[in-house]
Design a protein around this ligand. Sequence first.
Ligand SMILES: C[S@@+](CC[C@H](N)C(=O)[O-])C[C@H]1O[C@@H](n2cnc3c(N)ncnc32)[C@H](O)[C@@H]1O
Length: 235
Amino acid sequence: MDTVILSLKSYRKNIPITVGNEAFRRLPLPHTFQEFNIDPIKKEELDNGTEPPPYKIKIIPTGLYWLAALGLVTAQMSALTNHFADRKRLRSLSGILLQTQYCGWGSRALEAIEKDDFVIEFVGEVIDDETCEERLEDMRRRGDKNFYMCKVKKDFVIDATFKGNDCRFFNHSCEPNCQLQKWQVNGKTRLGVFASKAIEVGEPLTYDYRFEQHYGPEIECFCGAQNCQGNMSYV
Ligand SMILES: C[S@@+](CC[C@H](N)C(=O)[O-])C[C@H]1O[C@@H](n2cnc3c(N)ncnc32)[C@H](O)[C@@H]1O
């Protein structure tokens, strides 16, 4: 269970994941490769020689979650201020509202991204199927609405619930601007998010969850796309 995908070397152990409220609990996660101290995918590791771009995304609170976060910040101002200041994450609370008001937090592009650019890697704890089921059960019991697991293969589920990067905030869209791709890098399977079209500054970053199995209950989709399939279930 402690095996963390890629070179996740010194993940901070002091992240308060025990706070009851889910929205609050999700806020203090590390949000940059630097904070995470992981090596991003390197150019030479990609078969097609794609140059990984500099950090290009930003987390924004959206819709109702933004209001919820604001309320929590008011209530927990002192603790949060220290916490965020420590992680230089105050910027995260000043984002714009997105139209996807019912999808919770989302990521948006900080700068223009070209089609086929490598955007970010989906990282998290690597857990087996049994642990995954246990965690899912815990989440159901807690009434969690957001799920951050992606099954790569048998007994290889990447769980970004407790340890993850900004990729865990990419929402699903039936008309996404990114695509999740499976890569073999030095013998390891890794998931990379690549731009499937040119993306403008400020655009929400999304991919189709149905590429791989994202765990969780059948959730109604609010992506707002014309071709919306209605739910985010893997088919
Ligand atoms: C990987 S998380 C994405 C970040 C999440 N929005 C958050 O606030 O932390 C996946 C969860 O976001 C929500 N979500 C993502 N895309 C959605 C969509 N198109 N419609 C409804 N909910 C969505 C669902 O609750 C889903 O389980």
